[in-house]
Write a protein that binds this ligand. Structure first.
Ligand SMILES: [Zn+2]
Length: 262
């Protein structure tokens, strides 16, 4: 009996302290739209994270035309957890060794560690792109195809945005191009080889760039708003764009632009 009581006391008294200590390890810094939790990161690194995250937030909402819909304030701020180092991050998250971070979109949380490869140029803008876009159109919106979600996220990575069109033109020459109707059917990339995954991302960002650069942010917001209001992809395209009435026509105009530059 005494043993039992001691065991219970152990769990009651010791365990909460352990988790409390875990909590205590995180230090916190707040900015207008973000709360940064970190363990042992140097001060200037945290400042750089805050500065980049705030810059991307402004840039992404501006580039997509979502500036009128700002609501990441106070307790609604996004959170960035910065683990002590690669080992600390990988053992806590269980992510593969090549991962430099990941996000939980609905909770608006990004996890990473100092010196994570590509964090500032790729991971941070890409994941913020997903969070901002999904928050706008709805996290579980079946009308939003994967290519649009990934296209918007990749559009935030500068190198991907500028480099993709050339690759898509090349895929047309090599007869590997995936038409938009077929691209829209793709719900997961897990069965694809690396080359097809790359092509999927390049076509996705190229299609999003085509819409925003040629037909403006206003129409893109309208397109997203139609999807948010639970309209089908064809209906959203028809309502937002005068030039094409459905996905098939969007594909034809985009394809013509890629092959003739018109
Ligand atoms: Zn993504």
């Amino acid at each position: 009996m005494l043993k039992k009581i001691l065991i219970i006391l152990f769990f009651v008294c010791i365990l909460p302290k352990v988790s409390f200590c875990e909590e205590e390890k995180w230090q916190q810094q707040n900015s207008a739209h973000f709360i940064i939790y970190y363990k042992e990161a140097p001060e200037d690194f945290i400042n750089e994270v805050i500065e980049s995250a705030e810059d991307y937030y402004q840039k992404i909402t501006r580039d997509l035309g979502f500036t009128r819909y700002e609501y990441w304030m106070w307790e609604d701020r996004a959170k960035i957890y910065i683990y002590k180092d690669s080992e600390d991050y990988h053992s806590a998250s269980g992510k593969p060794s090549w991962a430099s971070g990941h996000a939980e979109y609905e909770k608006k949380i990004i996890y990473t560690y100092p010196l994570a490869w590509g964090f500032f140029d790729t991971l941070l803008p890409h994941e913020l792109g997903h969070i901002i876009f999904r928050e706008f159109v709805g996290f579980k919106n079946n009308n939003v195809p994967l290519w649009l979600d990934e296209g918007v996220a990749c559009y935030q990575e500068r190198t991907r945005r500028w480099g993709s069109e050339k690759e898509v033109r090349k895929s047309i020459e090599e007869k590997k191009f995936i038409p938009l109707l077929e691209l829209t059917e793709i719900k997961s990339l897990s069965d694809f080889d690396d080359a097809k995954v790359e092509l999927f991302y390049n076509e996705s960002v190229s299609a999003v760039s085509f819409l925003i650069n040629n037909y403006g942010k206003y129409n893109f917001v309208r397109f997203c708003k139609e999807l948010k209001d639970n309209n089908s992809l064809d209906k959203a395209i028809d309502s937002a764009y005068a030039r094409f009435d459905n996905l098939k026509e969007l594909n034809d105009v985009w394809y013509k632009y890629l092959t003739t530059n018109e």
